[in-house]
Design a protein around this ligand. Sequence first.
Ligand code: XMP
Length: 520
Amino acid sequence: MEREMVIVIDFGGQYNQLVARRVRECNVYCEIYSYKTDLEAIRSMNPKGIILTGGPNSCYEPDAPTYTKELFELGIPVLGLCYGAQLMQHILGGRVERAEVREYGKTEVFVDTASRLFSNVSPSTICWMSHFDYISKTAPGFTITAHTADCPAAACENEYKHLYAIQFHPEVFHTKEGTKMIRNFVRDICGCAGDWKMDSFVEQSIREIRKTVGDGKVICGLSGGVDSSVVAVLLSKAIGSQLTCVFVDHGLLRKDEGDAVEAVFGEKGNYDLNFVRVNAKDRFYVKLAGVTEPEEKRNIIGKEFAAVFRDKFHELYPSNEKNAPVDFLAQGTIYPDVVESGLGGESGKIKSHHNTILVQGEDYNHLVEPLRYLFKDEVRKVGLELGLPEELVMRQPFPGPGLGIRIVGDVTEEKVRIVQEADAIYRSVIAEAGLSREINQYFAALTNMRSVGVMGDERTYDYAVVLRAVKTVDFMTAESADIPFEVLQTVMSRIINEVKGVNRVFYDLTSKPPGTIEFE
Ligand code: XMP
């Protein structure tokens, strides 16, 4: 049976991978092709729908990326997004002009819910706009189906010819009902049945990895967390012994975590992986000594990771010329890392995520990041699909820079010990209380505050530990979890009694935003 497919034609916009991700979310298989792919090739793939993406150009400029008019005459439904929408109008006889002001950000859009594209969408809905040019006159046969205060044709369509144009970006998560619109397009307008599942993602990724890597050597940063474990197992399925997984123990892991990771992935573990553990604690502590600024700490840890990888790679493959580039670096970057590092679109940088720092200025020929456009929940689905054990797949996230960003201020061995012990107690009490599944992420962190206390008639001047626990779906927004007070009290008294150097315990009530989940 032929697989139904939607094709995304890429005009160079920033969100193009996301478009494909949204289509897949509707259980419809999707591939991305450059606008340079000719019409015959597209036709031979027999797509059920075509989506034209955004892009940085102005379609009326002479060298702007374009496509043959015949694309719109195939009888296949076409959805143009932003640049794609303007291009469709331009080619079919409408007019696109430069607006006086750029429309940018979350914008209220008024849609005609009689349009099949906007079926079940609220008549007034928040969408993500990012454009200078606008459609000043729609092409013959098109009717306007949405507008904003500044944009007269925020969407238009020729229903008879199955052609749809949207000025905003339904693929960006700020467009509240964007997935609904894409679903309306692929499922209702294109008539896709929606029977594509995550196993197809695995299959497709394995094919792509083999194609990209060829017979090159890949070094994979494995931390034992969900994302990198999924990448390691996916890669090992794709390229077997060409892969080496390097687990860097930077001395900033949770208590006993290094040994736990080795037990799962090392020689005695369940996977047939080239697994190498590097105990690099001293290197990291020396570099971090006295550093207090959060971004600087993140950068130091990321750079040191890269250095450890590089050293290890040359040690493992001595036949490579000294300082010759590593062929490929694989890592478990996922979409929120990209977005929050300010690389995934036009939202500003919040904090530099570890994975994105690690590769800056490095000499890896290529990055292999198969999960780059997946959200955490999807990564977990892939993990289960690959047969990883549920307790590993459902693990809460642990940041690459580890306890380095859970210790506010400078990092010392003594502070690492305190936070490791406090965190282990917190985790065990939460587990005993049967709450671990309800809370998506919880951990202890160390404030840089010391204060006066009294213990056994003696004055103390010790650190304050802060407990964090959040409920979240996508880790982009989060609420503080309402842990029963008795449970918090148990954690508090055990930490004060058992962890030397702590005389206060706080519970963090802040949601995200305005807080972030981690402290730095
Ligand atoms: P924030 O603190 O940005 O955290 O609200 C959101 C989620 O991302 C995790 N996190 C990281 N994960 N590298 C990672 O792999 C990092 O540099 C990093 N910083 C934060 C954090 O634990 C939470 O789940």
